[in-house]
Design a protein around this ligand. Structure first.
Ligand code: MRU
Length: 343
């Protein structure tokens, strides 16, 4: 399986996802500033992977500060965590992982900064390992959704590249494939940054899964032809009422699924559920640069000076979500109640 993030021999390495599928290139991260850039420019992306990357990234920000007195070291840790937290606003896993890191450090009964650093490293590894287990459990609970002949449609990339191993939305697909179940997957290309085309179809194809790439505007067509029995997507943040922020275009897919009476499931580990956010409207939606819309790759496709909107995510209202697939099973409406019990 591909590894989006690696910590090896005290080095932090990201697979540069902006180069896929043409080149498989890894990039060593030298500083917290570089990690900020890598998250912001989507070299590493996908909610859980961003959290994991930030946890390790924070280590780069403080490892040359071990000479500071403990209080100053902890203040520096908080400052660096706050900085890294500004790299992208929508996926809650980023602030969730950073909070875990600073809380662990703050709760230690020692003034030895080296010891604090070692505990921070252990916590980052724990976040990484936990994600691996969460994804597998999501897969185990979701595999029953996929039977012989099932047509699955997914949007963006909630796969290995977005997590630490099996992905979230893709975990049931990987496990069903492992069990020899014959099913097919349709992948929306996911304009503007093409995570579906460049990443999801790449990783599913490598795994030997029957995958068909479509442009976003073909989803209604394939659904109307009876080719889709199940929609399975990931999430960047699930609000307390079950509203789901995910890659721009997800809400449209959910509306189509309702029209064609196709179940629409969201795969989300507990790290993506944010009870502090009451409803979707309260989620900050990242707005990205105009050139992602005015250009297709390096080629200009919109006129100079055109007005552009480029929200990177949208919010699917909970009424459109059939179920939320978590590491402890599928959660059903009413979400306010079921999510509270889950967390
Ligand atoms: O902008 P991206 O590529 O980080 O957006 C990713 C998504 O929207 C994923 O569906 C989501 O983070 C879930 S990843 C398991």
């Amino acid at each position: 399986m591909v590894r989006a993030v690696r910590w090896e021999n005290d080095e932090l390495i990201f697979l540069d996802q902006t180069q896929l599928p043409v080149e498989v290139v890894e990039e060593k991260q030298e500083s917290i500033k570089q990690v900020w850039q890598s998250i912001n420019t989507l070299k590493v992306r996908g909610a859980p992977a961003i959290g994991i990357a930030a946890a390790y990234g924070l280590l780069l920000g403080v490892r040359d500060k071990l000479e500071l007195p403990c209080r100053d070291f902890l203040a520096e840790l908080d400052r660096q965590a706050e900085y890294l937290g500004t790299s992208r606003p929508t996926a809650v896993n980023l602030s969730w992982a950073l909070k875990r890191m600073t809380s662990v450090a703050g709760g230690l009964d020692t003034k030895d900064t080296r010891q604090i650093y070692n505990c921070l490293l252990e916590e980052a590894v724990r976040i990484h390992e936990e994600d691996r287990r969460l994804c597998r459990s999501i897969g185990e609970h979701g595999a029953a959704l996929i039977r012989k002949g099932t047509g699955v449609l997914t949007h963006c990339n909630a796969g290995s590249l977005a997590t630490s191993e099996l992905g979230t939305a893709t975990a049931p697909m990987y496990l069903a494939h492992e069990q020899g179940i014959d099913f097919r997957v349709y992948v929306d290309e996911t304009r503007p940054l093409l995570q579906g085309a460049r990443l999801t179809s790449w990783e599913l194809q490598r795994a030997g899964i029957d995958v068909t790439l479509i442009t976003d505007n073909m989803a209604a067509y394939v659904m109307s032809k009876g080719l889709v029995d199940l929609v399975l997507v990931g999430a960047d943040r699930v609000a307390a009422n079950g509203d789901v922020a995910n890659k721009i275009g997800t809400m449209g897919v959910a509306i189509l699924a309702k029209h064609f009476k196709i179940p629409f499931y969201v795969a989300s580990p507990s790290s993506t559920v944010d009870l502090a956010t009451k409803k979707g409207e309260d989620i900050e939606i990242e707005e990205r640069g105009d050139e992602e819309v005015t250009h297709f790759g390096l080629r200009r496709t919109g006129p100079e000076g055109i007005k552009v909107r480029n929200p990177a995510f949208d919010v699917t209202p909970h009424e459109l979500v059939t179920g939320i697939l978590t590491e402890r099973g599928i959660i059903y409406p009413p979400y306010e109640k079921s999510l509270k019990a889950f967390k």
